[in-house]
Design a protein around this ligand. Structure first.
Ligand code: NAD
Ligand code: DAU
Length: 355
């Protein structure tokens, strides 16, 4: 079996669902269930004994060591993290605790477990760390996309904490020969995306007749990948990635934020027109920019394609249509995640931004 951390969050839950659909191998899913963790994301696995959910923290060494001893996984995939840049600006401490201390404690428990394995399982074992393109910093308009050899230049508390975790993972390979793999992926979108992030926030706000808050001039560029393509890349790296290597994962889909918002509006205009037949674009509002906002991210995904033969299956057009349709069909999920603490976050992040 494999052990996944953070498997009740956006990408982790998609990964667990995809894994069990593609590979008939059990998953231990360890998630502390922060505001971003949601067992409803895994509701379709109820009664499936290939999925074992454990509520717990990656920084809890006793718990993690116990689970490793009990279940003896052949691989660990570390998704657990605080993941939202705006939250890291309002309060960085949780990011330091989970992304740095948590990854460190997890690595320590894994190192002890791996050291005591017999020769064959020891050779087969893998620790795959899921990271982000944000560790490379921000690109100007004409610079080439990030490759795996780009210098680390993180600019937010979130990306700095992820960079630190990547360095720890690298060091555990170099120093202790722990069999690690690291993936650095660009912006994901798709089902179960928590509506604090750009795409789900725009869909949810549009449907609720609320404003669509575009930071600054809306010309910041992100490189978008449908979440299920990220999941297939992780499966492929786990299967065939070279030990100690880093693989950048992306969909060659660079788009300015404003284009993304326009696309979401156009799809909603088509699939769920406003009662007054005006476009959802009417709801766009330009608001105060994110402090330290990275201007552009772009991933050069040549290495994973060349070495492992991985390519995304979705184009942005097919992926975004599926995503908008998913939100229209899952209004109950949307209502359930908009709890009191979600509303408090929206108030905290948006009330001080001048339109
Ligand atoms: P998310 O915030 O939706 O989910 C994170 C999950 O981790 C939640 O279920 C949460 O409960 C859990 N978690 C948090 N702290 C924990 C802890 N201490 N112990 C155990 N579980 C804990 O995040 P996501 O968007 O699914 O991102 C998953 C991973 O992928 C993160 O490491 C993130 O840095 C990375 N990543 C995300 C993107 C993206 O576009 N979302 C892109 C590249 C990389
Ligand atoms: O690049 C990978 C990263 O992508 C991941 O590591 C992060 O976990 C993930 O959250 C994401 O980070 P971003 O900051 O790029 O994503 P977010 O959805 O928060 O914002 C995308 C862009 O949209 C960014 O330029 C900020 C802008 N934005 C965001 C929000 C929430 C707005 O203009 N308005 C908004 O309300």
């Amino acid at each position: 079996m494999i052990l996944v951390t953070g498997g009740a969050g956006f990408i982790g839950a998609n990964f667990v669902l995809d894994w069990l659909a593609h590979v008939d191998e059990a998953v231990i899913n360890v998630d502390v269930l922060t505001y971003a963790g949601n067992r409803e994301n895994l509701a379709s696995l109820t009664g499936d004994d290939r999925h074992i959910f454990i509520k717990g923290d990656i920084a809890d060494s006793t718990l993690i060591s116990g689970l490793l001893a009990q279940y003896r996984p052949r691989a660990i995939i570390n998704f657990a993290a605080e993941s939202h840049v705006d939250r890291s600006i309002h309060g960085p401490e949780d990011f330091i605790q989970t992304n740095i201390v948590g990854t460190f404690r997890l690595l320590e428990a894994v190192r002890a477990y791996w050291n005591n394995l017999q020769t064959e399982p020891r050779q087969q074992f893998r620790f795959l760390h899921v990271s982000t393109d944000e560790v490379y910093g921000s690109l100007s308009k004409d610079e080439p996309a990030f490759t795996e050899t780009n210098r680390y230049e993180p600019n937010s508390p979130y990306s700095a904490s992820k960079a630190a975790s990547d360095h720890l993972v690298r060091a555990y390979h170099h120093t202790y020969c722990l069999p690690v793999l690291t993936t650095n992926c660009s912006n994901n979108y798709g089902p179960y995306h928590f509506p604090e992030k750009l795409i789900p926030l725009m869909i949810v706000n549009a449907l609720a007749d609320k404003s669509l808050p575009v930071y600054g001039d809306g010309q910041q560029i992100r490189d978008w990948l449908y979440v299920k393509d990220h999941c297939s890349a992780i499966r492929r790296v786990l299967e065939a990635g070279r030990l100690g290597e880093v693989y950048n994962v992306g969909g060659w889909n660079e788009k300015p934020n404003l284009d993304i918002v326009h696309t979401v509006c156009a799809l909603l205009d088509e699939l769920r027109p406003r009662p007054d037949n005006k476009s959802y674009r009417e709801q766009i509002s330009y608001v105060t920019d994110r402090p330290g906002h990275d201007r552009r991210y772009a991933i050069d995904a040549s290495k994973i394609e060349r070495e492992l033969g991985w390519k995304p299956a979705e184009t942005f057009d097919t992926g975004i249509r599926k995503t908008v349709q998913w939100y229209l069909e899952n209004q109950e999920w949307v209502a359930n995640v908009q709890s009191g603490s979600y509303r408090e976050w929206v108030e905290k992040n948006y009330s001080g931004r001048v339109a």
